[in-house]
Design a protein around this ligand. Structure first.
Ligand code: FVH
Length: 303
């Protein structure tokens, strides 16, 4: 499904009063969210496990609740942003959620988000899960590029769309409450692979007379040029044809692998970040798919 991207400009003059909301969790991300809503003029009730963390928010105009139950009772829209799923469960245990619209922006697994949705529904709340694709300095900054994947209750997304768009644009990805987490973690996983690649690349040039600041633009440019591989991979997954028109088949890529490994050895760099991916390519070629692109490795990973 195509993500539904909605951006609402929070700087536009509002014709109606700003909706009140409660924010549970004032860590780096929860705090950034609360600050964005306060700055946009929303009445915000905050709660944090360690009460001292709420003090600057009181000074900025927030109402500080004495407990999670009191915060949840204060507004129809309740945004939770805690460390992990377990801390959300612990915090909401015994709290009356009836009639609330619960938006959980805590990073979770898809199964945890679905469990959270089931628990909220059982207790009379509507549930929207969110995966925040931003770091705290990007929150509440239009044009910073941050956004939030949302999934679960479409009604909650529509009802509170304008309020939710204040800290970052929202992208609704489906009624399955687990999808926001799945999209979030899939993108974070891809980013982890990219970080692994650039870690190895910098290690190769580190001891040479090569300025890291001169090397970095070349690296960034190359990674950007390779990024459309995502679209080619998607097209091949859709057709099931991993071989037609492939410019760099696995046999060719694998033929270059010893050069990558010998260069690492020459430069005194551990190949440990490269080896798992090369091993997957070897298995796929051994299975008779040397004429294909790397798309078949996806099938290999899924067993
Ligand atoms: N910060 C970031 O860059 C990333 C960006 C992408 C999304 N993540 C996720 O957002 C969730 C919150 O992250 P955070 O950055 O706010 O995290 P911390 O600054 O460590 O604050 C954690 C808050 O959670 C509270 N907390 C922890 N355990 C419990 C518990 N058992 N019961 C109640 N509250 C709990 C903690 O309270 P305290 O330590 O101040 O008492 C903070 O409010 C997270 O899922 C990221 O993955 C952020």
């Amino acid at each position: 499904m195509e993500p539904d991207t909605r951006t609402t400009d929070p700087t536009l003059p509002a014709s109606t009063p700003k909706a009140p909301l409660a924010v549970l969790g004032l860590g780096a991300m929860g705090g950034a969210l609360a600050r964005a809503w306060l700055a946009a003029g929303h009445p915000v009730t905050v709660w944090n496990r360690t009460p001292g963390r709420a003090e600057p928010f009181a000074a900025a105009g927030a109402t500080v609740a004495a407990g999670a139950a009191e915060a949840v009772a204060a507004a129809e829209l309740v945004v939770v942003c805690l460390l992990d799923h377990a801390s959300v469960e612990e915090t909401l245990t015994g709290v009356d959620l009836a009639g609330r619209d619960l938006v959980d922006l805590t990073t979770t697994t898809p199964a945890e988000a679905r469990a959270g949705a089931a628990r909220a529904t059982e207790r009379g709340a509507r549930f929207l899960a969110g995966g925040v694709m931003a770091i705290p300095p990007m929150i509440g900054v239009p044009g910073a590029g941050g956004y939030v994947f949302y999934s679960g209750s479409r009604e909650v997304f529509d009802t509170h769309g304008e309020t939710l768009a204040v800290p970052a644009a929202g992208r609704y990805v489906g009624t399955d409450a687990g999808f926001a987490a799945l999209y979030d973690v899939a993108l974070l996983s891809a980013m982890t692979g990219m970080f692994a690649g650039l870690t190895h690349a910098f290690a190769l040039v580190r001891e040479e007379a090569i300025e890291p600041t001169a090397f970095a633009p070349l690296l960034a440019e190359w990674l950007t040029a390779m990024a459309p591989t995502a679209h080619r991979t998607a097209a091949q997954l859709t057709t099931g044809d991993y071989a037609s028109g492939v410019a760099s088949p696995l046999t060719m890529q694998l033929a270059g692998a010893p050069t990558l490994l010998r260069t690492a050895a020459e430069q005194g760099v551990s190949p440990e970040l490269l080896l798992p991916y090369l091993a997957l390519m070897e298995r796929r070629v051994a299975d008779g798919h040397g004429n294909e692109s790397g798309t078949g490795l996806i099938d290999l990973l899924r067993g």
